[in-house]
Structures are given as C-alpha cells and as structure tokens.
Design a protein around this ligand. Sequence first.
Ligand SMILES: Nc1ncnc2c1ncn2[C@@H]1O[C@H](COP(=O)(O)OP(=O)(O)OP(=O)(O)O)[C@@H](O)[C@H]1O
Ligand SMILES: [Mg+2]
Length: 245
Amino acid sequence: MTPLLTAEAVTVRYGSLTALDGVDLRLPLGQRHALIGPNGAGKTTLLDVVAGATRPAAGRIRLGGYDVTGLGPAARARRGLGRIHQRPAVWGSLTARENVLVAALPRRAGRWQPAARRRAAGRTADALLDRVGLGDLAATPAGQFAHGQRRQLEIAVALAGRPRLLLLDEPAAGLSAAEVGWLAEFLRGLPRAVAVLLVEHRLDLVYALCDTVTVLRDGRTLATGSPAEIRASGPVREAYAEGVT
Ligand SMILES: Nc1ncnc2c1ncn2[C@@H]1O[C@H](COP(=O)(O)OP(=O)(O)OP(=O)(O)O)[C@@H](O)[C@H]1O
Ligand SMILES: [Mg+2]
C-alpha cells in the first residue's frame, strides 16, 4: 500500500551546517511515529521540510504517493497536513472560537462563505473546543491564555483542518504534569485515521503513544524501530544521554 508520507534522502543545509543529511522516513496510513534525538539533531528541520516551510537542498517529500516537494505549506495543508509548532502559534487578538473557526472554514478564494457553511464550521469549532477542554473559554481572546491553554487551542486549530497527518513539535514542552497527562490521553484517543509524526523529548510519552520511533543525531538517522527495540539499543541510549534540554 502507498505510504501516507515518505521522505526520501532529504538534505538541508544552513550555510556550512548540514542540518539533515540524506534522511529517509516512511509513515503508513494511521501510524504514530516519533522522532527523537538530542538538541540540534534536525527534528524540527525535518518537520519543516515535511510541512513545506523549508526547501531541502536535495531529496523528495511524497504525501499519499504524490510528490509535494515543490508545494508550499498552504498547498500541503490542503492535502491533509496539520501542524503544532515548538512554540504554540495562535492569533492572540482573536477569541479561541475565532481561531478554530478560521481553520474550520473551507479554504477557498475570496472571503464570502455561504451561511450554511459558516454554521457548519461554527458547530465544528464548538465541538473541537469542547474536545480539547476549552468549551467554557470559547469567547476569551487567545492572547489571555496560559501556555497550556494555547497548546490545547493549537491542537483544536490543527484538527479543524481535518488532517490525515498531524505534525507535533514538542507538544509536552512547558506543560505541567497534569497537562502532560491530558495531552497523552488526548493523543491516544485520536482516531487512527489521523497519523501522527511526533517530536518529543518526553520519552515516556513517546513510548506510550507511538508505534515506531526514529532516532536522529547530527542530521542522520541513527535507528528506526519499535519502542521496545529503541529502548534496548545501546547506541541510542548513548546518543540520547549526550544532553537534552
Ligand atoms: N534557520 C536556521 N538557520 C541556521 N541554522 C539553523 C536554522 N534552523 C536550525 N538550524 C540549525 O540546524 C540544526 C538542527 O536544528 P533543529 O532545530 O532541526 O534541531 P532539533 O532536533 O529540533 O533540536 P531541539 O531538540 O533543540 O528542538 C541545529 O544545529 C540548528 O542550530
Ligand atoms: Mg526542535
């Protein structure tokens, strides 16, 4: 079966620094795949390349078998990509509901949307805010939210685009223990129709959630395997023990 996502020999250079050096990645439909590795390994860079925010110097990205290497982030979002950033990105001057509504409205040229479509998007937004636990704060401007609430809102915004693949960059960073517990439950409860590519330093979360783990180090793939295989790998433990903030 055609994989949902393939990255083939992806190389990214920033000046003389090679951030990614011929990285391959393959995600079947519905898979939950983690990317781990020390700081600076290239994890965010790989998400940037998959999302279309960074053009690789070499290599190809395919979504559902279709070569999207030449497409920008908006075109890839239309093909089913959703993303959570390392720092939560929401519109501070818009209410929580407005943030989700913008993402729930079908993307089309021009601003005019038929009333029925706007109502349907409103229902979607309300349901998603309830799902992430922000139902009571729908009318609050996102700028007033604490970090954890922004994270919840960003997840609702990403899901409003009905992604087939959700890219998550350190979603647990900066969250309290209770919030990490909520996040783990929430991600575990996502329908399998949504595949996940998760960058995370919290290995307990990675092992509890993901089917497959890829370890990056210095822009190269050190290992790919099941959580049990990765946990048992000496070289992986050494690479990871080098220091993570
Ligand atoms: N825009 C940029 N310009 C120059 N160098 C960059 C840029 N973005 C990333 N880098 C460098 O590329 C390398 C990989 O960075 P990246 O952010 O992908 O690492 P990471 O694995 O996500 O690390 P962390 O765990 O700290 O988030 C690092 O050496 C980083 O300094
Ligand atoms: Mg990063």
